[in-house]
Design a protein around this ligand. Structure first.
Ligand SMILES: Nc1ncnc2c1ncn2[C@@H]1O[C@H](COP(=O)(O)OP(=O)(O)OP(=O)(O)O)[C@@H](O)[C@H]1O
Ligand SMILES: [Mg+2]
Length: 273
């Protein structure tokens, strides 16, 4: 599949002598669904900030859509093509109202006014924010802020979407809704990369897992392979997903990714009392 983003031996340090990321080499192709796992401080957000063009590598290089990112013009190309939802929404929210906030990106793309209005309306509807459009983003709840940042990047229509713990402050209904959006964006051909501590979500959703440990990429592979390696998981403070374990215990092949698949595999009808 067509490669979108490549990291070649990329390192980054916030402070001299203490690398937050070391020698990172990986690539992401169009249409992929990638989960990024790893304990606190493993380097996930630093990877996202570099991939979104917020930080620039101390060593190594980033290639986006076949072109190395070197000059400031390359950096704006990267920022236009990659949508980044920050872990902390307060870093991302700048405008006076939710509507201005979501308009900001499309306006910067110099799109016609009607197109900006259409994208903003669609993004606000998608995240149930229309009634919040005149409110100040900084005075919304944590989950509402997160939804505004999701609407922000959706309105940009990027080719690669990086979501740093997108469900962290969402209630169960909005977390489910987010998964619905991720499925829709995937069907539209977007590449999606999601940092998460939720191994059950990663198992249910991802086609590939990147495992970070101490600023390095400890593993990059199929979820079936990564989640089978208990020693590797334990070294990163992670456990096997519940459905992975249940499927293994029942000797199922293929292993169920959803409760519905599990129910089907053990011959139970859905919604049986
Ligand atoms: N602004 C900063 N200034 C200095 N050091 C930083 C800064 N941001 C992160 N770090 C350090 O860089 C390393 C990687 O941090 P990063 O935020 O990428 O981890 P993470 O995997 O996203 O963790 P978490 O799961 O807690 O979000 C950590 O050692 C962290 O302390
Ligand atoms: Mg982080």
């Amino acid at each position: 599949m067509q490669e979108l983003l490549r990291f070649e031996d990329v390192s980054y340090a916030y402070e001299p002598g203490r690398d937050a990321l070391r020698g990172l080499t990986l690539s992401v192709a169009a249409g992929e669904r990638v989960a990024v796992l790893g304990s606190n401080g493993a380097g996930k957000s630093t990877f996202f900030l570099l991939a979104g063009g917020v930080l620039t590598p101390a060593a190594g290089q980033i290639v986006f859509e076949g072109e190395p990112v070197r000059r400031p013009t390359d950096l704006s190309r990267l920022r236009r093509g990659v949508g980044l939802v920050f872990q902390d929404p307060d870093v991302q929210l700048l405008a006076g109202t939710v509507e201005e906030e979501v308009s900001f990106g499309p306006m910067n793309l110099r799109l016609p006014e009607s197109e900006v209005a259409r994208r903003v309306a669609d993004a606000l509807t998608a995240f149930e924010l229309t009634e919040y459009r005149r409110r100040a983003p900084q005075y919304l709840s944590g989950g509402e802020k997160k939804r505004v940042t999701l609407a922000d990047v959706l309105a940009m229509q990027p080719r690669l979407l990086l979501l740093d713990e997108p469900a962290a402050s969402l209630d169960p209904a909005h977390a489910r809704q987010l998964e619905g959006h991720l499925a829709r964006l995937h069907r539209q051909g977007l590449a999606l990369v999601v940092a998460t501590h939720d191994v059950d979500f990663a198992w249910r959703w991802a086609g590939r897992v990147l495992l970070f440990q101490g600023g390095r990429l400890a593993a990059d592979g199929a979820p079936e392979t990564i989640f089978a390696d208990r020693a590797l998981l334990a070294g990163c403070g992670l456990e096997q997903p519940v459905l992975f374990r249940a499927g293994r215990a029942l000797g199922l092949d293929p292993l169920p990714r959803t409760v519905e698949q599990l129910e089907q595999a053990v011959g139970k009808e859905r919604n049986t009392p």
